[in-house]
Design a binder for this molecule. Structure first.
Ligand code: ADP
Ligand code: MG
Length: 699
């Protein structure tokens, strides 16, 4: 930081550390920092998740299930139970004709003593139907003495939890921080012409933190209040500007133009046993057009599982090779990288193109040989894992970097591969492939720096997969089904999953299942593959399954991506309720690749939550990856779907891509105008909202 900017930081209240607030010592500051809250500005932007209306009392006869309310009443009866777990029930009445039970599962002895019959109290919470009429579980409440206690005169904001800092403290700190909110002149970055009827930032922040008692609580709860939208627009705008800059920065570089006649492409197309689908042709044409120019391509190819992305990547590689450049293809797992190696070698070696292999496990002489072939350019195409980015690797005129399943890498890894290949003022073109269909709204925001192509058509002859959802208690019937399928010469996967567990525990579970199935299915040849096995072992098992010498493959989710065995037509997924829909979709994509009618059995542990039921029903109802991704997004939120850390997009503080997608067109127009009319304000806006994440801005 230079002297001027550090002076600005000191004057800028947004950068003032939290220790200036009363009640914030080193420990609290540390807890807040762990949540990413380090300055006054972070507190201004910590928005309430919801609001509680304690400005009025609801007579108990008017309580409605699901509608939060505040009541004032007298304790009529108290019951304390211990049968299964501690429980405290307090029945209260207010003479309006209703009764209400306050129910506690954790409580202190002192609390019990408070609730004597006849004591008056005020309680707030959401009533739900209980055994004896409505009840509120763990209400917030206060015991009233004889004195009058005034009702609140404002809606009470409920802030996101900060571990180790109580809600009352968070509320107080936000209130203090807001007292230091600068005036409009100092705070506002959007010119009036762009604001166009929207409240100022200051007004919006104050309204969101302290809405008036008559504010539209419905709109606030739904995030649709004009003040919230004002903030969301500003945040989306900042992100959009930041991504735009990355793109502009990238276009300052030059890349090798690959504009040959495409003789190698023609030769590969001639030897393929199939014709490209229309979608493959279209996407390849787009890539070809990009590569022709000396401007770096940065293109994301989305294509559902099995849509045939690999062959498109191979064709793109041939264009670069023809122009005298090297091509690197990086995949996130060894298994997937191996599949690519097999495919690419099969297609390219007959054309006289050497394909090198580099993964972490390639060691000793083999590694030295591979590194030499890569460095001197004999290897025209290099396939591998993260190992491609290691220090000893020297590319030779790298012209195209292909990254498969980008969402499993970070943005920075993609950039690292590109930077590694930069040579003589040129950077390689980048092609990113993903089978995790990203809903359009997300793609626009998360990947605004990429051009996006979609292979939105499957090769002909695929049979739809029938999906069945089954309780794990029916396992034995299932084993019968596997026996029958294998007797007909079909092959099956049994996928073991556990969530949040180490590789090792999952591997163990797979081992146990493997032994059980082997015992239950004499005559069926069962194999096992998991992440803890040596690469060579894994490969040998996969090969045996692929060439038909195994009937049933017990696997962990290592097979999620890339495994291609057309004869496999039955898949069982254990603990399906614990997996994300996108992941289930990936897994299911391993079957339905051949001519046989295929099925996928999703096993779950009862009882299923309502949400889990809905999600499994989605899997049963559709095999459209985009639809599944949209539903997944709606059910789980974008953070989980994309894994914000993995994609390198900072998570949003205010905006919600699904909810606020409708704002994007307006945001894009505003971005153009702000960048043109007030580039300095645009800089500060990016700094305010994206901050550290703009380290990618130099990309
Ligand atoms: P993904 O998009 O999931 O990576 P792959 O590239 O692995 O899909 O392709 C899946 C399978 O479909 C492969 O066996 C591939 O050879 C085959 N394939 C690709 N394109 C076509 C096509 N146009 N017609 C028939 N089969 C194809
Ligand atoms: Mg693939």
């Amino acid at each position: 930081m230079n002297a001027v900017s550090s002076a600005r930081a000191m004057l800028d209240p947004a950068q003032v550390p939290l220790t200036v607030l009363s009640g914030v010592g080193a420990r609290t500051a540390e807890k807040l920092a762990a949540r990413g809250i380090g300055s006054l500005q972070d507190l201004w932007l910590l928005l309430p998740r919801q609001y509680e209306d304690r400005t009025r009392l609801t007579p108990m006869r008017d309580l409605r299930p699901g509608m939060p309310a505040q009541v004032e009443a007298t304790v009529e009866a108290v019951e304390r139970g211990f049968r299964y777990r501690p429980m405290l029930k307090v029945a209260i009445g207010d003479g309006s004709g209703g009764t209400l039970v306050l129910r506690f599962f954790h409580f202190r002895a002192a609390q019990v003593a408070q609730f004597a019959v006849g004591v008056r109290l005020r309680a707030f919470g959401t009533p739900r139907p209980g055994q004896h009429g409505l009840e509120i579980v763990h209400p917030s409440y206060r015991v009233l003495g004889d004195a009058e206690v005034a009702l609140d005169d404002q809606l009470e904001p409920v802030y996101p939890q900060v571990e180790g800092v109580g809600p009352a403290v968070v509320r107080r700190l936000v209130r203090q921080a807001l007292e230091r909110l600068p005036g409009d002149d100092a705070l506002e970055l959007l010119p009036a012409a762009l604001r166009d009827g929207m409240p100022s930032l200051r007004a919006a922040l104050l309204e969101v933190h302290r809405p008036a008692p008559d504010a539209d609580l419905g709109a606030l709860s739904a995030g649709q209040h004009p003040a919230q939208q004002r903030l969301a627009i500003e945040e989306l705008l900042a992100h959009h500007l930041s991504l735009r800059r990355q793109r502009i920065a990238l276009q300052q570089h030059r890349a090798p133009a690959c504009a040959g006649p495409g003789a190698l492409v023609e030769r590969l197309l001639d030897t393929l046993p199939f014709a490209l689908t229309g979608a493959q042709q279209r996407v390849f044409a787009q890539i070809r057009d990009d590569l022709r120019h000396p401007r770096p391509m940065l293109r994301l190819v989305q294509g559902d599982v099995g849509s045939g992305k690999t062959v498109v990547a191979a064709l793109a590689a041939l264009l670069a090779v023809e122009a005298g450049h090297q091509v690197a293809l990086m995949a996130p797992t060894e298994l997937l990288a191996e599949q690519h190696l097999v495919n690419l070698s099969g297609w390219l070696q007959p054309l006289g193109i050497e394909v090198a292999w580099l993964a972490g496990k390639v060691a000793g002489k083999a590694r030295v040989r591979a590194l030499e072939a890569i460095a001197d350019g004999r290897a025209r195409v290099v396939v591998g894992t993260h190992a491609l980015m290691q220090e000893g690797v020297r590319f030779h005129r790298l012209g195209l970097a292909i990254v498969d399943e980008q969402h499993r890498f970070g943005v920075h890894q993609r950039l690292a591969l590109r930077d590694k290949g930069a040579e003589g003022g040129l950077v390689p073109h980048q092609l990113v492939m993903t089978a995790t269909p990203i809903p359009r709204t997300l793609a626009m925001s998360a990947y605004a720096d990429l051009d996006v192509s979609a292979i939105d058509e499957l090769p002909p002859g695929r049979t739809p997969v029938q999906t069945v959802v089954l309780s794990a208690e029916r396992r034995s019937a299932l084993i019968e089904r596997i026996r029958a399928a294998c007797a007909e010469g079909r092959q099956a996967y049994w996928v073991c999953t556990l969530i949040d567990d180490s590789d090792e525990i999952v591997a163990q579970a797979a081992q146990t299942t493997f032994e059980l199935l082997q015992a239950a299915l004499p005559g069926v040849r069962v194999g096992l593959v998991h992440g803890r096995m040596k690469a060579a072992e894994k490969q040998a098992v996969m090969r045996a399954f692929k060439d038909g010498s195994l009937d049933l493959l017990v696997a962990t989710t290592v097979i999620e991506v890339g495994v291609d065995v057309p004869n496999a037509s039955l898949m069982i997924v254990e603990n399906a309720e614990r997996l994300g829909l996108a992941q289930l979709h990936q897994l299911r994509g391993r079957v339905g690749r051949g001519a046989n009618a295929s099925s996928c059995v999703l096993l779950y542990q009862s009882p299923l939550s309502a949400l889990a039921k809905q999600r499994l029903a989605t899997m049963r109802e559709t095999s459209d990856g985009f639809l599944i991704a949209e539903r997944d997004l709606a059910l789980r939120g974008p953070g989980e779907l994309l894994g914000t850390r993995q994609t390198g997009i900072a998570s949003f503080r205010v905006a919600d891509l699904l909810r606020d997608a409708g704002l994007l067109p307006r945001v894009h127009v505003m971005a153009e105008r702000l960048q043109a009319d007030a580039p300095d304000a645009a800089d500060r806006l990016v700094e305010r909202w994206v901050g550290g994440a703009s380290r990618f801005a130099s990309a």
